[in-house]
Design a binder for this molecule. Structure first.
Ligand code: PGA
Length: 260
């Protein structure tokens, strides 16, 4: 169970799914299933594709839903000749609160480097939004005993030049790549070991206050059936949920993990 003071954060990463009509329907259905007690116990964020963000912002405002609006990605520059990209300033104007940075799909498919991830973390913080900094190892790296060092390298590079106070407020998502979208979840013990490692990396870099405050999510095939056990681990403060966030009843069950 997350230490007192670290409010759990359950985030739905919709990836390239759901047009804005489908997205509105999902949020509305979710809002019937999640109630005041849930929002008091857990922060909930949704991360739609860019084309849906304005529509979801309107629904959240109109229905006064305390769901945090998130994005999946952004550029690190404020403006310029970057065809197809979106600036952090544009997201902040839409009341986006959390931005996923360095997801393994962005790193592997779109060639995002640790340097780009670091520049994005800084650009997001500058707009008073919270980065969800992703890290995680491949199966080959895990089997070669390199999981810890891979994650440490990613975190230290992603947080290079970021101050302790800013680090205390951010979210780090540990997502073993072999568990993303595969249906294979890390065991709660393995997930805990790696999330504890993430916290120790933050402790060594930024001190006790930042390490005790930073929220660490686990991601990779989180489902209603395994959420409670994962969330019960000492260093797991939340979940980054892909596939299981695309369907309101299942995502609501994950948000309500504490009742199962
Ligand atoms: P998954 O995706 O829950 O479908 O494994 C998690 C993620 O990529 O954030």
């Amino acid at each position: 169970m997350a230490e007192q003071g670290r409010k759990p954060l359950i985030s739905g990463n919709w990836k390239m799914h759901l047009n804005h009509f489908e997205a509105i329907q999902l949020v509305q259905t979710l809002s019937y299933e999640v109630d005041k007690d849930d929002y008091e116990a857990v922060d909930v964020s949704v991360h739609p594709p860019f084309t849906d963000i304005r529509s979801i912002q309107t629904i959240l405002d109109a229905d006064r839903l305390p769901i945090l609006l998130g994005a999946q990605h952004c550029h690190f520059e404020s403006k310029g000749a970057f065809t197809g990209e979106v600036a952090p300033e544009m997201l902040a104007k839409l009341n986006v609160k959390l931005v996923i940075v360095g997801h393994s799909e962005r790193r592997e498919i779109f060639g995002e480097t640790d340097e780009m991830v670091n520049a994005k973390v800084k650009a997001i913080l500058k707009q008073d939004m919270t980065p969800i900094l992703c890290c995680g190892e491949t199966l080959d790296e895990r089997e070669a005993g390199q999981a810890e060092s891979k994650v440490e390298t990613q975190i230290l590079a992603g947080l290079h030049g970021v101050g302790k106070e800013a680090i205390a407020g951010l979210v780090i998502a540990y997502e073993p790549i072999w568990a993303i979208g595969t249906g294979v979840t890390a065991t709660p013990e393995d997930a805990q070991t790696m999330c504890a490692h993430v916290r120790s990396v933050v402790r060594a870099k930024a001190g006790d206050e930042a390490a005790d405050a930073v929220r660490i999510q686990y991601g990779g095939s989180v489902k209603p059936g395994n959420a409670a056990e994962l969330m019960g681990q000492a260093d797991i403060d939340g979940a980054l949920v892909g596939g299981a966030s695309l369907e309101a009843p299942g995502f609501a069950r994950i948000v309500k993990y504490r009742l199962s």
